[in-house]
Design a protein around this ligand. Structure first.
Ligand SMILES: C[S@@+](CC[C@H](N)C(=O)[O-])C[C@H]1O[C@@H](n2cnc3c(N)ncnc32)[C@H](O)[C@@H]1O
Length: 300
């Protein structure tokens, strides 16, 4: 349901009746490319994704649908393999701000858009409750050979500078490790959660991730790496788009779904998507979460 309303929101600037070419930046497993193509059947949707694994998955997802108006392309959004001034609209879901060089990605968007074209994207609202948030999550990750391995991901989210630092401990796939991973997962689930991850404070981290366990993990280590991502507040993103030359920049809220509506809608049905938009009414409430911008008609 939330998915349906988000897709409707992203499709707000795409007409139902006219042909248009739409790019979905960083489509991942095909979202929102596939549902968007479904609700805008006259449009041609081009999903761009850098990860080969995710392109393979999105191709699989596409092949199980009956869609004929989607193309999935392995490419980097900072160097789009697309001619200038050819695209009617660009959408993205939690992807534009993930690019290593967000400025360059936004410049590429501006380059390929036709004059009068639009950019509409859902972004991660970087608005920390405190200057420093530390979390841990125990998840599984796929290796290059597609085997699943247990991971322990430690994340620091920080203001000034706005950034996220992740340290990923990749464990081996022995039974012992799986057991320990499961035990830690159960324990961490008892911690308060933030961003869907277990929130660490000094006391709980000490109680749960004792030195003994950490030492144990160290022995089961297959790999360990850290990466840092620059993060953007909504204001940063609006400023960046303004500098590039976008006009009519609006910051709107991710649609909030009433619990009552929840059982009515299922992903994948055109009729139900229409019901969704009727029930939700106008989706672009003032707030934060979805940014819309235009390449003005006077730009060359
Ligand atoms: C948070 S995921 C969002 C995926 C999908 N749009 C969704 O909402 O489920 C961000 C996606 O952007 C892709 N991505 C990040 N940087 C990219 C780049 N420079 N070029 C192309 N894709 C990129 C990632 O591989 C990932 O699939």
């Amino acid at each position: 349901m939330l998915q349906a309303s988000l897709v409707e929101s992203l499709a707000a600037n795409i007409t139902l009746t006219e042909k248009s070419t739409i790019i979905d930046l960083g489509t991942g497993d095909g979202w929102p490319s596939l549902p968007l193509a479904h609700i805008r059947p006259k449009s041609h949707v081009l999903g761009i994704e850098a990860s080969e694994q995710r392109i393979t998955q999105s191709q699989k997802n596409l092949s199980t649908s009956e869609l004929t108006n989607v193309e999935l392309v392995a490419a980097d959004i900072t160097t789009l393999p697309i001619q200038a001034n050819t695209i009617d609209g660009i959408v993205a879901s939690f992807a534009l701000e993930e690019a290593q060089d967000v400025m360059q990605a936004a410049q590429e968007v501006f380059r390929v858009l036709k004059a009068g074209g639009f950019l509409r994207f859902i972004h991660q609202v970087w608005n920390l409750p405190t200057p420093y948030v530390e979390t841990i999550s125990l998840i599984e990750g796929a290796t290059d050979s597609q085997t699943l391995v247990p991971l322990l991901v430690h994340t620091i989210r920080q203001q000034n500078p706005n950034r996220e630092i992740r340290t990923v401990l990749v464990l081996d796939s022995s039974n012992n490790t799986s057991e320990l991973h499961q035990k830690l997962l159960t324990k961490s689930a008892q911690l308060p959660s933030q961003y869907g991850e277990a929130l660490l404070d000094e006391l709980s981290s000490e109680a749960i991730f004792t030195e003994k366990i950490v030492n144990n993990l160290e022995k089961l280590k297959r790999d360990l790496f850290t990466y840092e991502t620059k993060r953007y507040t909504t204001k940063d993103l609006v400023n960046l788009l303004t500098r590039i030359g976008f006009t009519n920049i609006k910051n709107t809220k991710i649609p909030v779904v009433a619990a009552d509506d929840y059982p009515e809608i299922r992903k994948g049905s055109k009729d139900l998507f229409q019901v969704a938009s009727r029930k939700l009414g106008k989706l672009d409430v003032l707030g934060e979460g979805v940014i819309t911008a235009n390449k003005s008609n006077s730009a060359d």
